[in-house]
Design a protein around this ligand. Structure first.
Ligand code: ZN
Length: 333
């Protein structure tokens, strides 16, 4: 087709018009909330905009959004929203689920933790027995590191008089369904699955914390443009969406602060154990076994101690927050 002929130009104009319509349709379908109003409800004034980012500051917090991106930085921590914020005329737009269960939960945990309880922590060291998980040579298997880190967390929690159980406390195979079943049977109030990562890119390093995406929203591994998760129904773990975000925030903050490892963000995945959790749950990826430098650090017991300290701090902050919810209100005499 010759684009300079009459028919050719007609084709081009039609194509551009259709693309424009598709963009409009996307904007209409996305029934979001005004970001300024959402942030104002948490005490933030109008944002300072720098090109593609909008920075909201209050006396105690800073939140940085990026246009057409799921990535947001909440008080220095990287978080992935269920859906990208969109830059509209005069105001940006955020999905209602993120306004309430991601940003809302992180800025105002008390609302998200109203129904949470704090009696029993369940630690879930990933893999075990015939399932080594990721590996880097014979002796460096994910299952060994996860068990070691979980035991270090358990010791610290016990020293803080916290009730804690582990789904496995030795090198044994255990199905994902059994991990969930045990947590439910024991009445676990908060669940943390401990894993190590691996990537084809051997330079990748750092810490990731995972929670389930809201029903119908994609994982962070999926392309958002097609919303491939739009057919996904609610899973048991979605009952705790707000509490999951609060838990992930504290765990991730603790781990980054105590290790100094790169912050790869609070991400979204429908991993079996968090998708089917009977209580607020998160899965932490403590580092990359595919990265020689990070393996070197992981081989040092003092580094595993720092990871464990980060997870413990995160859990203790979470438990204290939950307990605050259940204190009787103070009456002024
Ligand atoms: Zn794993």
């Amino acid at each position: 087709m010759n684009p300079f002929s009459y028919k050719g130009w007609y084709g081009w104009i039609l194509a551009v018009a259709l693309l424009g319509l598709a963009g409009t349709a996307e904007a209409v379908v996305f029934r979001g909330l005004g970001l300024n109003e959402v942030m104002a409800s948490h005490g933030f004034g109008p944002p300072a905009e720098y090109g593609k980012s909008a920075v909201y500051r209050s006396r105690t917090a800073t939140v940085i959004f990026e246009a057409s991106s799921r990535r947001v930085v909440v008080n220095g921590l990287t978080v992935y929203l269920n859906r990208s914020v969109m830059k509209g005329a005069g105001n940006w737009v955020i999905s209602p689920v993120d306004a309430v269960d991601t940003i809302g939960a992180m800025l105002l945990p008390s609302r998200a933790l109203r129904k949470a309880s704090s009696f029993l922590v369940v630690l879930d060291p990933g893999h075990g027995g015939t399932d080594p998980g990721a590996s880097n040579g014979q002796s460096r298997q994910e299952k060994k590191y996860t068990l070691d880190i979980a035991k270090r967390v358990r010791l610290r929690l016990r020293q803080s008089q916290v009730n804690v159980i582990m789904t496995r406390d030795r090198d044994m195979a255990m199905g994902l369904d059994e991990r969930c079943w045990r947590t439910d049977k024991c009445g676990g109030d908060v669940f943390v699955s401990i894993h190590l990562n691996a990537s084809r890119n051997h330079a990748t390093s750092g810490i990731e914390t995972y929670i389930v995406p809201a029903p119908g929203y994609p994982t962070t591994a999926e392309a958002e443009s097609r919303l491939p998760g739009s057919r996904t129904k609610s899973c048991p773990g979605n009952r705790f969406d707000g509490a999951n975000a609060v838990l992930a925030q504290y765990l991730h903050k603790g781990m980054i602060a105590h290790t100094g490892a790169p912050d790869r963000g609070i991400r979204r995945a429908r991993f079996y154990v968090i998708r089917n959790a009977s209580c607020p749950a998160a899965l932490v990826e403590c580092g990359f076994l595919s990265n020689t430098r990070e393996v070197g650090k992981m081989d040092d017991a003092s580094y595993r101690d720092r990871i464990a300290e980060g997870i413990t701090r995160g859990l203790l902050t979470y438990l204290n927050r939950v307990r605050l919810q259940h204190l009787p209100p103070v009456r002024n005499m």
